[in-house]
Design a protein around this ligand. Sequence first.
Ligand SMILES: [Zn+2]
Length: 290
Amino acid sequence: MHACGHDIHTTTLIGVAEVLRDLAPQLAGTVKLVFQPAEEGIGGMRAMIADGVMDGPKVDLALGFHNHPDVPVGTFGFVRGAALAAADRFDIVVHGKSGHAAMPHTAIDPIVAAAVLVGQLQTVVSREVPPTMPVVVTVGCIQGGTAYNIIPDSCAIKGTVRTLHPRARDIAEAAIRRLSAGMLEGLRVTCEVDYRRGVPMLRNDDRVLDPTVTAVRKQFGSEAIEQGQASLGGEDFALMADLVPGFQLRVGSSQPGREDKLHNSAYQPDERCIGFGVQALARAALELLA
Ligand SMILES: [Zn+2]
């Protein structure tokens, strides 16, 4: 099960090590290969930075990569500037007052209030953030109550906010807090909001992007790499790219005739992408450290 294809990344980077070992004398610098665990929202890069991955030898620029089933195998993709979203999480606990389902007037129903709030949260995208700034607000979990005939005390909502612009991030957080606070006036519930900022936006830096694109063109031809669209996915490589100029290369992994997506148990990357990735990254090292 490939899921997000991180096994592909590990294998590719071992291949890069094999190639660069022989090319090392030609490089005007040091290449540090970073095998980062726990990219999926549990802070692998944060831990590696805390452990000193940026020092000894000091890192001056960072080249990341990710397999991409939206890009045909044998080709590559890049995004200039903002490429991946800042990814935040929020928990909202809606507190009401429990009571008998048949006497709702004696209770304060947190489930009805939570349903209204989930609807209102959609207005963060449609009515709050400027339409020129991409934003996603998704409620991925709502939990409350235990029985057919009891109005519970509380109802919990969990969700994620994705933005490609710092201002959109501030507006979205403020709006979620304000809409939650407003539920007290309207529906008499108190909302406890825990909003946690996660990985920052990934901004690809031309100082790494341009030499890498040049390297890919030299290795595979000018048609082999194309500019793609930014994604509202999040990626903790952004933490490293916040400290030094960074760029994440998209390595095409789609198998002809399949419509694969990442984070899917049926994902079957075309494993030729490993060899192509090794060539592209090793060539990029030569270009960056010429
Ligand atoms: Zn991934």
